[in-house]
Ligand binder design. Structure first.
Ligand SMILES: [Zn+2]
Length: 249
């Protein structure tokens, strides 16, 4: 049992396990050897890891952990289990519940900021933390431009891996790039409006959400994955060499 301060209400109490990315999002996406999805960190000195029990940390009391249940379940149902309509260059999700899916992304962002897990180390949100927490408390999804969510989807095998999230800029505007199995999301963390470039894929209050097909092969994702694979080979070679040396000494 872990006793500590709940990062949501500030009370000293028993802390419970909180998943930052809901486990159901990546569960049963196992490879042929029945291992969990690969989770990849593109940062220097980091290597690929498989987290068999998912990403979790202890930073919330039971009451405040439960507040995410409904939004997490909805996100899994929509993004993982539903069958969006296939279009030429993407998919259309019908009957999207704007409030629930937006609050899912808002709360995932807040959780990634709070978590001490290395995987989320690039997510430092400064003054956004309090704004996000207020929206969560009020169950307020805010307007579509506030923490705007833009989504891409892929059915390539590479897209089952989860790359660590990071901050980036487009046309000077800050976003957090988040990977979920089969999806890449950009979440705007900037007061300036979303540029027309992203409007087409942005979550709106309408019931339809158009999600463009994303390529991983030949794109930056494939380069990140190859780079990590190479680092791992070098690391394995080095370990082999060190072990051989030890045996001889
Ligand atoms: Zn609490």
């Amino acid at each position: 049992m872990s006793i500590g301060i709940c990062k949501f209400c500030g009370s000293k109490t028993k802390l419970v396990k909180s998943h930052i990315i809901p486990k159901a999002m990546y569960w049963e996406l196992n490879d042929s050897q029945n291992r969990p999805s690969k989770l990849l960190s593109p940062f220097d000195g980091e290597f690929e890891k498989r987290y068999p029990y998912g990403f979790y940390d202890y930073f919330l009391c039971d009451e405040h952990e439960k507040q995410f249940n409904d939004w997490d379940t909805y996100a899994c149902t929509l993004l993982r289990d539903s069958q969006p309509k296939v279009m030429n260059n993407g998919w259309v999700f019908d009957e999207v519940d704007y409030t629930k899916i937006k609050l899912f992304f808002i709360s995932m962002l807040w959780r990634a900021h709070i978590a001490s897990n290395d995987f989320f180390e690039k997510i430092r949100l400064g003054p956004h933390e309090n704004r996000l927490k207020n929206l969560i408390t009020q169950e307020n999804p805010s307007n579509p431009d506030d923490y705007a969510v833009v989504l891409w989807r892929s059915e390539e095998i590479l897209a089952n891996a989860i790359i660590a999230p990071y901050r980036e800029r487009y046309e000077g505007i800050s976003f957090i790039r988040f990977y979920l199995p089969k999806y890449m999301a950009l979440i705007k963390v900037d007061q300036r409006p979303l540029s027309p470039l992203f409007q087409k894929n942005a979550l709106k209050k309408s019931y339809k959400w158009f999600v463009t097909r994303k390529k991983y092969e030949g794109e930056s994702e494939e380069k990140i994955m190859k780079n990590i694979a190479n680092k791992n080979l070098i690391k394995k070679d080095r370990n082999y060499f060190e072990n051989t040396k030890n045996c001889r000494s």
